[in-house]
Design a protein around this ligand. Structure first.
Ligand code: IMP
Length: 425
């Protein structure tokens, strides 16, 4: 029987999901994304060529795979068109293989503007967003004023909505941020051109997915961002504006949850975070720099340096609880080669009191002290190892410890950026 698999970030994103998706998509018929937008950056390296996907599910790189952009996504259409063109230029066909939900919401220039001004303004709390307009697009969706792909093809609806949105933005945000007014004609003109370009890709993805399910095609549900950035379960307010844990994959696509066979939690062998917000195991000194440099920890969407720290079992246990992962992939294990010792955070402490649960209060989380268990490091380069038993004994012990603490099997271990650098257990 073919399997339906979900892939979900277990930490604060950038766990190397692209590589795991790439590996799994080889045997999959349909890849789909269901939440987030151009804030995501999934990197796949094939034959030395780097592909960075922001919107299109990265599994499309496999020739026989169909790719679906679900209703839960927010789409910057200029970005979507660039990605389509880039793929086509590099010999990857999109016609007849890429489907965009008619219910997905559109990110407009004022969404990006509001996002970026919010980050700059002293009147607002800085979140450290990617500036891609994600929060404001979802704000409009929840406020029931958002513009959806389907509206592009219903002239009257589009005009009414766009006029109302622009009037509101110019009136409210114009005053609040002292903004230059947005022009209806400019945005409507851009949208008309985008609408023509994407028309062949637009579909009712709910019935499309149902049809694929009936044909018993196999699915890969590609989560973007990660559990600790989830708007409900993450370190609120330092989160993204979608459900980036398991539930979002269903509400954002219409895929039948009862057909899911496996959900893989992706965890980096250490932790990183981009943007603001508490990060208990963060290392700002030499070790932080070592991880940043060796792991190439710079954002694939914004180029921002990622904050780095040690593996955190408290938040990882919480992630496992939220998602119910069937198994785990540990990525970037090779980055740890060369460290004398590798601490793992086993619990938090505050004023000498042990805390095992992942705190919901943001100031409390910012104050906790990690309690570490220290593991012996290894010196060997492990990037070409394909067999778990050939890893240095210290690396095996590290993996086995994480696995036993999370009570979830580690089934995949990534040991380098290339497709081949992967251990399957
Ligand atoms: P937004 O999603 O652009 O609103 O950003 C909100 C928070 O989520 C910020 O801390 C971002 O750095 C973080 N974020 C959003 N997308 C990603 C991602 O794909 N990887 C890592 N962090 C992300």
């Amino acid at each position: 029987m073919k399997k339906n698999i979900a892939i979900i970030g277990g930490q604060w994103g950038d766990e190397g999901k692209g590589k795991i998706v790439d590996y799994i998509a080889e045997n999959i018929d349909v890849v789909l994304r269901a939440q987030g937008g151009a804030n995501a950056g999934h990197t796949v390296i094939v034959n030395g060529k780097k592909f960075i996907f922001h919107l299109i599910p990265s599994g499309i790189i496999h020739k026989n795979v169909k790719a679906v952009i679900g209703n839960g996504m927010v789409l910057d259409l200029a970005e979507l068109i660039n990605e389509i063109k880039f793929l086509n230029k590099n010999g990857i066909e999109t016609a007849g293989r890429l489907f965009v939900s008619n219910r997905a919401h559109i990110t407009l220039p004022f969404h990006k503007y509001i996002d970026q001004q919010g980050e700059r303004s002293s009147k607002e709390k800085k979140i450290g967003t990617t500036g891609r307009g994600i929060g404001p697009t979802y704000m409009d969706k929840i406020a029931r004023v958002g513009i959806r792909i389907a509206d592009l093809y219903e002239r009257e609806t589009l005009r009414e909505k766009l006029e109302a949105n622009i009037a509101r933005v110019n009136e409210i945000y114009g005053k609040f941020y002292g903004a230059i007014p947005f022009s209806y004609h400019e945005i409507a003109g851009e949208l008309a051109a985008y609408a023509d370009f994407i028309k062949p890709y637009v579909a009712d993805t709910v019935s499309l997915i149902k049809g694929f399910e009936e044909q018993e095609l196999s699915f890969l549900l590609e989560g973007a961002q990660a559990t600790l950035l989830d708007v409900d379960f993450g370190t609120y307010p330092y989160v993204t504006s979608s459900n980036s844990s398991i539930g979002g994959l269903f509400t954002g696509s219409g895929f039948n949850p009862f057909l899911l066979n496996r959900s893989i939690g992706i965890f980096k062998a250490y932790c990183t975070r981009v943007g603001e917000g508490p990060f208990p195991t963060e290392q700002t000194g030499e070790i932080g720099e070592f991880l940043q440099e060796k792991g190439g920890e710079f954002g694939s969407t914004t180029g921002r340096p990622r904050r780095c720290g040690f593996f955190d079992l408290v938040s990882a246990r919480y992630s496992c609880m939220v998602n119910g992962f069937s198994d785990i992939a540990i990525t970037k294990l090779d980055v740890l080669s060369g460290l004398g010792e590798i601490p793992v955070c086993v619990s938090y402490e505050i004023d000498g009191k042990k805390i095992d649960e992942f705190p919901s209060q943001i100031k409390l989380l910012a104050k906790v002290k990690p309690v570490y268990k220290r593991f012996e490091g290894w010196k060997e380069d492990i990037s070409n190892i394909k067999d778990f038993d050939r890893l240095p004994s210290q690396a095996r012990e590290y993996i086995r410890y994480i696995e036993s603490e999370l009570k979830t099997r580690v089934s995949l271990i990534a040991t380098g950026p290339e497709r081949e650098s992967l251990i399957e257990r």
